[in-house]
Design a protein around this ligand. Structure first.
Ligand SMILES: [Zn+2]
Length: 229
């Protein structure tokens, strides 16, 4: 489900790994890749949501710090390691190029976003559709374009209505998390939480203001949809 909230541990358990250290994880399992993003003010990369509200621009990753004593932010982001194998950037680029030649579908990427330390939110399943090289004033960086997929579950293929879906920004999520004290606003549960549109976008609700977003647990969300139908 979009906007579900997890602790770091829960996120690792869902992805069946001990730790998730890297931001970019190409084909972490047979079905999809995983990206971690952070739009917090101290985040190391500048990731953004575009005005269409369903496209993310994700910055590629720098040279590893251990490679030299210099600041990695002064070097072009690499697509190959010193040994000549593809870096995560290189693997993402190869996937875009394969997709553009129409030899394959766009790479499915699950995006998690850090809201606060230890609080992660599932932004959803995206398709990796494009990349470009951008000069940031000092060096070249990669910018990857990811578009929200209309299929939100790689296994059961549930579809969402893209025209009526808008991503909630990190700032608003952080504000809502603090305002609702990390608990379901109805029953006070701290388990199975997600960011809920009080009034669904399809009924005129907006993701642009925290007033319309609240924390809800899975149980209370179910009884809410009962009432609507
Ligand atoms: Zn509840």
């Amino acid at each position: 489900m979009l906007d579900q909230i997890f602790s770091y541990r829960e996120m690792c358990d869902i992805e069946n790994v001990q730790t998730l250290q890297r931001g970019m994880n190409f084909r972490m399992n047979p079905h999809y890749s995983v990206i971690l993003m952070s739009r917090r003010s101290n985040a190391p990369y500048s990731d953004k949501i575009l005005n269409d509200s369903i496209t993310i621009e994700y910055e590629g990753h720098d040279e590893p710090k251990t490679a030299h004593d210099m600041n990695p932010k002064l070097f072009d982001q690499p697509n190959k390691t010193k040994k000549g194998t593809l870096t995560q950037n290189g693997k993402f680029i190869a996937a875009v190029e394969k997709y553009k030649k129409e030899t394959t579908i766009a790479e499915p990427i699950k995006v998690y976003e850090k809201i606060l330390p230890g609080v992660w939110s599932l932004k959803g399943l995206f398709n990796l559709i494009d990349y470009r090289i951008q000069h940031d004033g000092k060096r070249n960086v990669y910018i990857f374009s990811l578009k929200l997929s209309d299929k939100q579950d790689v296994k059961i293929n549930t579809q969402i209505d893209l025209a009526h879906t808008r991503l909630i920004s990190s700032e608003i999520k952080k504000e809502v998390w603090k305002r609702d004290s990390g608990k379901c606003v109805i029953c006070g549960s701290v388990k199975n939480l997600h960011f809920d549109h009080d009034l669904p976008f399809s009924r005129g609700g907006t993701s642009l203001s925290s007033k319309n977003i609240r924390l809800l647990c899975a149980k209370c969300n179910l009884s809410k949809s009962d009432k609507i139908e």
